[in-house]
Design a binder for this molecule. Structure first.
Ligand SMILES: Nc1ncnc2c1ncn2[C@@H]1O[C@H](COP(=O)(O)OP(=O)(O)O)[C@@H](O)[C@H]1O
Ligand SMILES: [Mg+2]
Length: 290
């Protein structure tokens, strides 16, 4: 029965679903959410491509450490002739691959106007679909303009990590204005919602900020799952790993599994096929990704 429904989902799947993980602010957990959510989807058997579209290359740095040397997304933008599989880096998890940021020095100083790379980003997503991926998670730099704007305009959905702290919540009106502008440019954009990160359950200011955000936004705009502040995330990124593969990462794994389930439910209209492919590694099973 499961294999029949998977076959049906495969037949009806026309293209990859792309989700930009974006926010106007830096340091809110975009890269952490991208890596760990990609890992959670891949563990669930979804063929997942994690793309580092931040010129500072933090996903790659985190997962491979030597990714500055890897060609990647920014090289793709300026190399239309290269074969597409050149950009894809497999990981030790067969359902998870990575596209590093690559040589983005031209972009770090400011990356031209929005729309400059839209055609190329669209072509990128078509190639990702042709490679057979179900899901493409794109970690972006802070800000909703430039290349990030193009990624969001070309994509299906956006997810916005937001740090649970009083100052962070003050930026919500600006966030809503930014989303409004993006929806004008991409009317079929699904705003999956805001994901509260670095929640400190023992700090009233943090939990109050989380509650305040839930009051400000419609319920469907805020994920139920909250990412707790946990030093394990810092340790995981220092070792180039998603947190779930660390020995004591099972709690964090459960949090990201819950977030994955919420994202999958919100993507149901896009017919994301959750294929099952063999046993799922438990926390601590895999100490090396690349
Ligand atoms: N839930 C968390 N608990 C503790 N530290 C976190 C958590 N999420 C992110 N961090 C740390 O906060 C810093 C910023 O996170 P990062 O994901 O790089 O944000 P962004 O990509 O938005 O700039 C990093 O040092 C990261 O390890
Ligand atoms: Mg980042």
């Amino acid at each position: 029965m499961a294999s029949r429904s998977y076959a049906a989902a495969t037949i009806f799947r026309r293209r990859v679903i792309s989700i930009a993980i974006s926010s106007q602010k830096g340091g809110v957990g975009k890269t952490t959410v991208s890596i760990n959510l990609a890992h959670a989807f891949a563990r669930a058997g979804v063929r997942t491509l994690l793309v580092d579209a931040d010129p500072q290359g933090s996903v790659g740095l985190s997962l491979t450490r030597q990714s500055r040397l890897l060609a990647g997304f920014y090289d793709y933008l300026t190399n239309p002739a290269a074969p597409f599989d050149r950009w894809i880096v497999p990981t030790s998890l067969p359902t998870l691959s990575l596209v590093a940021s690559g040589q983005a020095s031209d972009y770090e100083a400011g990356d031209g106007g929005m729309g400059t790379h839209l055609v190329r980003v669209r072509a990128f997503l078509r190639s990702v679909a042709a490679c057979g991926f179900d899901l493409c998670l794109i970690d972006t730099a802070a800000g909703l303009f430039g290349i990030t704007g193009d990624v969001i305009t070309a994509g299906d959905a956006i997810m916005i990590p937001q740090q649970a702290e009083p100052l962070g919540i003050r930026s919500v009106p600006k966030l809503l204005a930014g989303l409004h502008r993006l929806r004008i440019m991409n009317p079929r954009l699904s705003v999956l919602g805001v994901c509260l990160t670095m929640v400190q359950y023992n700090l009233p200011e943090s939990t109050q900020a989380a509650a305040a955000l839930r009051q400000l936004l419609p319920p469907e705009m805020v994920f139920q799952t909250q990412i707790p502040r946990d030093d394990l995330f810092v340790r995981a990124s220092a070792r180039g790993l998603p947190v779930g593969v660390l020995k004591d990462g099972s709690q964090a794994l459960a949090v990201f599994d819950a977030l994955r389930a919420e994202v999958a439910a919100k993507l149901a209209p896009h017919q994301l096929s959750i294929a099952k492919s063999g046993p799922h590694p438990a926390a601590g099973d895999d100490q090396r990704m690349i």
